[in-house]
Design a protein around this ligand. Structure first.
Ligand SMILES: [Mn+2]
Length: 385
């Protein structure tokens, strides 16, 4: 859920609200229910503040983002209130923290969100992971080297003010991609990514050029000159960035070894992750891992980029009897239809804009090179004199 309108990846709170309230009726009404939002429920990463995307996120900025999002999703808040209220003390809501909603780590944000959905104690914020009986939940970004946050240092302080200690990739996205997002937002919902870039190579060139400019220039200015406490340099991450730029792989990932190391810490019957958007299964040694899917709007490219077919919205139901998992249902639903003016007609609708941005970037590089060359010539000439 974002801040509403065309840029919101899930402007469908009435749809979600009805789905949630369904779990207080019929066969569900007799059972205690834990409703788990397994990270990235809120898209604070893509929620601007005064048309900017700062990566220095203090409590005030986090609360302003929360306000923007909640203002667009009152039906969701009402449904959470109804769900907990009708449970009579047996229904619980858990907001696990993902990489798009790290702002949930601020206690003030947790209080404000809890108050906005009825003030129930049974609205909970477990942090990066949650255990319910035999089931372990976590979003999955902690297994993604670029999106991982240090769980022991989720905040850093600058001038005694706590700031979210965001991941490399979050800072990169806020710095590189978000300034273009109000125009290019639709492409972030298009699947498969490889076909998007095949049909529209200039788009990949633009993101590669922006990322290259950032990692070779802007990052170092903040790191070396401004000594920004949020900017860190680590070889493992630098290698990952270079690898992903070189292989043009902009997807999020869950690293199997990282996941296996984590699974070895506990003995659960079932692990549930998110982060990757499709419903899926993986087997890691003897452990069963379920990807629970996503609800955000995404579209498969059809007819060579001239039509877009919405994906299904996925989630899972886990049935628990005492200490045992006794059932697992994956569910996929058709979501509501977007207004036509939120959509592109064809994949190349924004090609003129992308071309213009590429020329601007190219021209800047050429201008800098030309002026540096001129300076060298003049310096050489003055030495001769
Ligand atoms: Mn994620």
């Amino acid at each position: 859920m974002g801040a509403g309108g065309a840029l919101d990846d899930f402007p469908h709170s009435p749809f979600l609200g009805e789905l949630i309230v369904d779990y207080t009726r019929g066969k569900w009404a007799d059972n205690p229910i834990d409703l788990v939002f397994n990270g990235d429920c809120f898209d604070f990463l893509k929620t601007g503040v005064n048309d900017a995307w700062p990566y220095h996120i203090n409590k005030e900025i986090a609360l302003r983002k929360l306000d923007s999002v909640l203002g667009a999703h009152s039906a969701f808040l009402e449904a959470i209130d109804t769900f907990v209220h009708r449970g009579g003390g047996r229904n619980t809501v858990h907001f696990v923290t993902g990489n798009h909603d790290a702002e949930l780590l601020f206690p003030a944000v947790q209080r404000a969100l809890r108050n906005a959905c009825g003030g129930h104690e049974l609205v909970r914020f477990p942090g990066f992971e949650l255990n319910i009986g035999p089931v372990h939940f976590e979003h999955g970004h902690q297994f993604d080297p670029l999106f991982r946050m240090d769980p022991a240092h989720t905040f850093v302080s600058r001038d005694a003010e706590p700031l979210l200690n965001l991941s490399w990739a979050a800072i990169g996205l806020l710095s590189i991609v978000m300034p273009m997002h109000p125009i290019l937002y639709f492409y972030d919902r298009v699947l498969p990514r490889s076909l998007l870039f095949e049909l529209f190579p200039d788009l990949r060139e633009l993101f590669t050029a922006l990322a290259w400019r950032y990692w070779t220039k802007d990052f170092w200015r903040g790191f070396l000159i401004e000594k920004d406490p949020l900017l860190r340099f680590e070889w493992t991450m630098a290698k990952e960035v270079i690898k992903r730029i070189a292989f043009r792989n902009t997807e999020v990932i869950i690293d199997n070894q990282n996941l296996a190391d984590d699974l070895a810490r506990g003995d659960y019957q079932l692990h549930i992750t998110g982060h990757l958007h499709e419903i899926g299964y993986r087997q890691v040694g003897a452990q069963r891992v379920i990807q629970s899917g996503a609800m955000r709007d995404e579209y498969f490219i059809g007819a060579g980029g001239t039509s877009f077919k919405p994906t299904l919205k996925g989630f899972v139901e886990v049935l628990i009897d005492g200490t045992d998992v006794v059932g697992l249902n994956t569910r996929e639903l058709h979501g509501p239809v977007r207004p036509a003016d939120h959509m592109l007609e064809t994949i190349l609708d924004l090609a003129p804009f992308v071309q213009e941005q590429l020329e601007l970037l190219g021209d800047t590089t050429r201008q800098v090179a030309a002026s540096q060359k001129q300076e060298r010539i003049e310096a050489a000439e003055s030495r001769k004199k």
